[in-house]
Write a protein that binds this ligand. Structure first.
Ligand SMILES: Nc1nc2c(ncn2[C@@H]2O[C@H](COP(=O)(O)OP(=O)(O)OP(=O)(O)O)[C@@H](O)[C@H]2O)c(=O)[nH]1
Ligand SMILES: [Mg+2]
Ligand SMILES: [Zn+2]
Length: 510
């Protein structure tokens, strides 16, 4: 990592230098541990009194409590979603949530012990990073937090380039199940494209609390206004362009589609979308109103919101994976062509000769899904083609197994049944949208060029070419005495004709 690269907070997107991080101390005091100032005042003057005052003041700086900046950040989202992992060490001791631990500064010699040699601050790690400090009471902490919003920064966060990816879908579209299955199986998926996932406690905790497995009830819905913890994941790989071993961090956001519709939601969740490097939209099959009659489209509004968030352009060029979730449902109901169902039931393969994206196989799926949308959801297809310059179609299933109604009801989603897989889930192609994004980011290569369906950018580029040619025509036309004028004019005319034809074909293409 280069020195000048700043860390971008995955919560508030503040930029800061790694030396500016703050820490959550492991030493926590409560009001009960602190003497009343009056009790010290009445002590006889002398070194004992001075010491008592010093100790007492120091303890006040290690008082457990939620930092106001943290509280302010989470107030917008009806409170924090951060959970503290309970383990044996904190079972017996007085229990504090991680976010209640006191925030201390590594630059404050009252808070932390400075390095014996340098004396200018705490010891840095091998990468020259401030990754842990020992507090004044001798307890070590490696819990770094953002200096602006005081939210936790995962281990090693900031050492590697970061890509932000938003997963958007209406309530019940399958975001949580998708994220949990994807991350739980990441070691298998990453291997297919030559990547190695690095272990990560926070992600493991998310997988544990949202376990997708036989006989375990599926996760409860996440209330739309709440903000789920961003999931940060590190992957090591050989970069397809630099040919060097690199590590990248991916931050995944779980965003309820409802927040792309209601103005307060857009204001609160908009920043996560507009800062994204890639978007995965999970479309619940019930959003195909023609099929399931549940009149719940909404996807056009979501796309509109995304386009509006990337203002300043005719179209949006962020890579966008439109992904049908619960494809098993559509397959069971025979709503996919048999050839498509067959391909979707097969494993995602690596490219034939190397660990890369197998576009030769994917392109076939993409073509058939484009056709599916042409028949089942032409409005979404049109909106994508005309507003997004970099999108593609996917169909996945995170479960693809028998589910049983437990009888219990989900409180978060007004009583939807809580289901339990009665067999081991067999996810279908859930890694494909992520692989496609990796290919778009340039991390992996594809065996053949990846199919593109967008016409938004192509139309704009052709219009620019047309304008340029028309200007050129006028200019050559003015050169009355040029010997080659006639020939050049007819050449330009030919080119103008062919651009117009291409535009015509694009606009009328199915
Ligand atoms: N058939 C089938 N059902 C699925 C699949 N994935 C999810 N579901 C069902 O959809 C329900 C909702 O999935 P979640 O992952 O909780 O949905 P979500 O998008 O996180 O919903 P909210 O948290 O409410 O926004 C699950 O309880 C399952 O019943 C799938 O691949 N196939
Ligand atoms: Mg959820
Ligand atoms: Zn922050």
């Amino acid at each position: 990592m280069k020195d000048q690269e700043k860390i971008i907070c995955p919560y508030c997107f503040a930029n800061f230098d790694q030396s500016e991080v703050l820490f959550r101390a492991e030493t926590c005091f409560t009001e009960d541990d602190i003497l009343d100032d009056y009790d010290i005042e009445v002590m006889p003057d002398g070194p004992e009194k001075v010491q008592a005052k010093f100790d007492n003041d120091l303890k006040k700086e290690f008082l457990a409590g939620v930092h106001p900046n943290y509280e302010q950040f989470w107030n917008r989202f009806n409170g924090t979603t951060e959970q503290t992992r309970k383990n044996r060490a904190n079972m017996h001791a007085q229990f504090f949530e991680n976010y209640q631990k006191p925030i201390i500064s590594p630059r404050n010699p009252r808070h932390v012990l400075f390095d014996n040699i340098g004396q200018t601050g705490p010891k840095l790690d091998r990468d020259g990073f401030l990754s842990s400090v020992t507090d004044h009471f001798g307890k070590r902490t490696s819990n770094r937090v953002c200096p602006v919003c005081c939210n936790p920064l995962p281990m090693n966060y900031g050492k590697f380039p970061v890509k932000f990816i938003s997963i958007i879908g209406i309530t019940g579209a399958g975001k949580t199940v998708y994220l949990s299955s994807l991350l739980d199986n990441m070691h298998i998926y990453a291997g297919k494209i030559g990547m190695t996932p690095l272990p990560n406690d926070a992600v493991n905790f998310f997988i544990e609390t949202n376990k997708i497995a036989r006989d375990i009830t599926l996760p409860q819905g996440t209330p739309a206004a709440r903000f789920s913890q961003p999931l940060c994941y590190n992957l090591q790989y050989y970069h397809s362009k630099t040919l060097r071993r690199e590590t990248s961090t991916f931050v995944l956001y779980d965003i309820a589609g409802e927040n792309c519709v209601d103005p307060v939601g857009i204001e609160n969740f908009g920043p996560f979308i507009s800062r994204s490097d890639g978007i995965i939209i999970l479309q619940d099959p019930k959003q195909f109103t023609g099929i399931y009659n549940e009149a719940h489209s909404m996807i056009d509004t979501v796309l509109q919101t995304i386009t509006n968030l990337f203002v300043g352009k005719q179209y949006c060029d962020i890579p966008l994976a439109l992904c049908i979730s619960k494809a098993d449902r559509l397959m069971q109901d025979n709503l996919f062509e048999p050839a498509l169902a067959d391909m979707l039931s097969s494993e995602v393969r690596s490219a034939l000769d190397f660990n890369g994206f197998c576009a030769s196989e994917y392109n076939e799926i993409s073509k058939m899904l484009d056709d599916f949308y042409y028949h089942q959801d032409p409005a979404t297809r049109e909106a994508l083609k005309n507003n997004f310059d970099n999108f593609n179609y996917f169909a996945v299933s995170s479960l693809n197994c028998e589910l049983k109604d437990t009888g219990a009801r989900n409180e978060a989603t007004d009583g939807e049944p809580l289901l339990t897989p009665t067999e081991t889930p067999r996810p279908l192609r859930i890694e494909e949208p992520l692989f496609w994004l990796f290919a778009k980011f340039g991390f992996i290569q594809s065996d053949v060029p990846i199919i593109e369906h967008a016409i938004a950018g192509r139309i704009e580029r052709l219009n620019q070419d047309l304008h340029h040619m028309q200007m050129l025509y006028a200019e050559v036309d003015r050169q009355r005495f040029s010997l080659t004028r006639r020939r050049r004019l007819s050449e330009i005319e030919e080119q103008i004709k062919s651009i117009k034809q291409e535009l015509e074909d694009l606009v009328h293409s199915k």
